[in-house]
Design a protein around this ligand. Structure first.
Ligand SMILES: [Zn+2]
Length: 190
């Protein structure tokens, strides 16, 4: 099984076919999740997606994803989701963007989403539902979910945790966030 971005071979060995691409250095990589299929007559390799799985990557409700907030609106925070690569596995999100709605931030009522997330925050979230292809709705309800790293909007200093709030050691401002229990020293999957 190959995941997007995973190297398959060199173009000298097999040419990129369906579901693959080649980079400038001549490496052939998977574009989608699936099994590699070598055609020894055409000298091509393609990726065949598993039956019934149209969304590449992890598309299971309940999967953990990592993302960075790029927009905070009144009712929803939008994140760019990133693949997380380790020696043992690759965590590939089901789409490039995830959304956290105001009701899915924490158990308590949230009045202002800007007290929970800001642009640039790194967030660990869980897939709550997938409304349509490439658009997972996320939740940060639970103490293991939420912001894992954030920066001061005034001087970009990494914020440190102080009780339930975040604090900038440089300009001494305080910030509210929905933080994960391991904020600042997040336990990433290994
Ligand atoms: Zn600051």
């Amino acid at each position: 099984m190959k995941t997007p971005g995973e190297k398959i071979c060199e173009v000298e060995e097999y040419l990129p076919g369906r579901g693959t691409y080649a980079d400038e250095d001549g490496g052939v990589y998977a574009k989608i999740v699936g099994k590699e299929k070598f055609n020894n007559i055409e000298r091509t390799v393609s990726i065949v997606p598993p039956p019934g799985k149209r969304i590449p990557g992890i598309n299971v409700v309940g999967s953990i994803v990592y993302g960075r907030v790029f927009q905070v609106l009144n009712k929803v925070a939008l994140l760019h989701l990133y693949p997380y690569k380790t020696a043992r596995f690759r965590l590939v999100p089901p789409g490039p963007i995830g959304a956290i709605y105001i009701g899915d931030v924490r158990r308590e009522f949230v009045e202002d989403l800007h007290n929970e997330f800001e642009v640039g925050d790194w967030v660990r979230a869980k897939i709550k539902r997938i409304v349509k292809k490439f658009y997972p709705q996320l939740t940060t309800v639970g103490k293991d979910l939420g912001v894992i790293k954030a920066y001061c909007p005034h001087d970009r200093t990494p914020l440190v945790r102080r009780g339930a709030e975040l604090y900038c050691p440089k300009c001494k401002r305080k910030f509210k966030r929905k933080i994960a229990f391991d904020y600042g020293d997040p336990k990433l999957p290994r």
